[in-house]
Design a protein around this ligand. Structure first.
Ligand code: GLP
Length: 234
């Protein structure tokens, strides 16, 4: 079956499972990992930091990056990844979109070309409350490749908790497109907490619609969803 669901009553078990899942993928020969940021991934990266996983022969591609944040800004996804994972578990090569590129459109195109050369074996994915994946906001065509986005007010509000004030949350980002995500051989989705219920319901129980970008995964051949929510596949 294309879409599989695994529910956990115990959140620690969910993250143990996810960490072991990724470690097993490395052992099985996966070379290229698509990585995600956000609060959801922090316990997973902590778990991986404490494990004996070795990513040193692997390549990583992050989903997205804010436009305009200095690279040293604590909330840039570059800094997030250094702190949460790369400093302790380095990859052979790690790519993130450059949110400080002079020409963001060109940077998106460049990132897309890199992705075309490095097919992703395993894509890790969180989800926004409005169903966004990466920073693909509602309304994004499923055929979209890496592109520049204007963040919705709801996404900026949701991410404001990481900044001193909402005014500091960038208004734009570069994100892998939904098509790039669909090209990954396998996708591991993690959605925890009641705030993600509507987004998860749209994926598991609804119709594919651009109104909820995560529903694009219904078209993918190999998706595993991990959640702590009491929810079932339609
Ligand atoms: C962020 C990121 C996404 C992430 C999502 C959920 O804005 N761009 O990649 O999956 O929103 O974030 P969190 O895990 O903090 O709820």
């Amino acid at each position: 079956m294309a879409l599989q669901l695994k529910t956990f009553e115990n959140i620690n078990e969910l993250y143990d499972f996810a960490a072991q899942f990724l470690q097993q993928k490395v052992k099985d020969g996966a070379k290229t990992f698509g990585l995600a940021t956000g609060g959801t991934m922090q316990p997973l990266y902590k778990n991986l930091r404490q494990s004996d996983v070795d990513f040193s022969s692997c390549t990583s591609f992050n989903l997205d990056e804010y436009i305009g944040l200095p690279i040293t800004h604590p909330e840039s996804y570059f800094t997030y990844m250094q702190k949460e994972l790369f400093e302790q578990k380095p990859f052979h090569k790690s790519y993130l979109p450059n949110g400080l590129a002079e020409d963001a459109e060109l940077e998106a195109q460049h990132y897309n070309e890199l992705l075309a050369k490095h097919p992703i074996d395993v894509q890790l994915l969180g989800v926004g409350e409005n169903g966004h994946i990466g920073f693909n906001e509602p309304g994004t065509a499923f055929s979209e490749k890496t592109h520049v986005v204007t963040l919705t007010e709801s996404t900026r509000q949701a991410n404001a908790r990481f900044f001193d004030s909402i005014d500091e949350v960038p208004t734009k980002a570069i994100t892998m497109g939904i098509d790039n995500i669909l090209q990954a051989k396998e996708v591991l989705v993690i959605a925890v907490g009641e705030k993600k219920r509507a987004a998860l319901e749209s994926l598991l129980q609804g119709e594919a619609t651009v109104d909820s970008p995560i529903t694009a995964l219904q078209q993918h051949a190999n998706v595993l969803v991990l959640t702590d929510l009491n929810i079932s596949l339609a």
